[in-house]
Design a protein around this ligand. Sequence first.
Ligand SMILES: *Cc1c(COP(=O)(O)O)cnc(C)c1O
Length: 328
Amino acid sequence: MAGLVTLRDVFDARRTIAPWIRRTPLVRSPSLSQHTGASVYLKLETAHETGAFKIRGATNAILQLAEEQRANGVVTVSTGNHGRAVAHAARRLGVRAVVCMSKLVPENKVSAIRALGAEIRIVGKSQDDAQEEADRLVAEESLVLIPPFDHAHVVAGQGVIGLELLEDLPELDCALVPLSGGGLIAGIAVALKAASPKIRIVGISMKRGPAMVHSIEAGKPVQVEELPTLADSLGGGIGLNNRYTFPITRELVDDYVLLDEPQIAQGMTHLYRAEQLVVEGAAAVGVSALLNDLIEPPGKHVAVIVSGRNVDMDMFTRVVTGQYQFPA
Ligand SMILES: *Cc1c(COP(=O)(O)O)cnc(C)c1O
């Protein structure tokens, strides 16, 4: 994996996105510090304007384009946090953005992306149909595809989180990172492991479809069945032709933890009641792992990446009041 994404790329990303992205706070968690006996800190990626860290990678990927490419516009198929990030970043940078999606995408998601100023293309009945339309726009109209994780500039953009952690907590022993496609953990790992190979990096996914963990076990990218989960931002595959995040994760990530749905709900509930934070399921997994003593020993100084806050508030309320019906 050597050199796929380097520390230098992460520093370059930081300089590139600095005028556009806020530096997020790192706050000590008294409740989790007490529970673990370690000093536990929360990296609040919820503080971004779009409510999730994906704005870092998307902004870097767009700003790194050549002038001529930028003039053609960008395209993506994500309707989640990455789609929002691309739409938001493109509008602020004055770049045309198209988001392709299938007819099955619920209206509230469609209007959220439209409100951010992106053009919406609704095609077909599946994610594959949406991807085909995106590929067509790339081939025929020269738009540039901005993928959600498997892209060097996206990984480097997310890696800026690692630089901020090192500045705010130089004695860091362990980072707990939500894991799906691996852009977040790969970027953070490039930064932290360059500072010290002793910093332990733990990837945390849900038991319901942990694509990267199954791929690491298989020694190559594999497909997983997608199941409904509270950590919906962690769903989906890593891409069978994965080029960046699979090799980087395989080389640099130390451990993996898998959580069941009640454990994810427990993390969300704890952050709400003990830290007064509203977060989505994917963002709560590090806290869930600590509460269930699944990171042993966590080290003296632990950072938990709280990755986003885009959650349906009616569902959130059911979760934190114990009224949520877990999927069968
Ligand atoms: C995308 C996302 C993740 C996972 O990031 P990957 O780079 O796909 O591993 C975690 N949390 C939230 C809130 C996300 O939107």
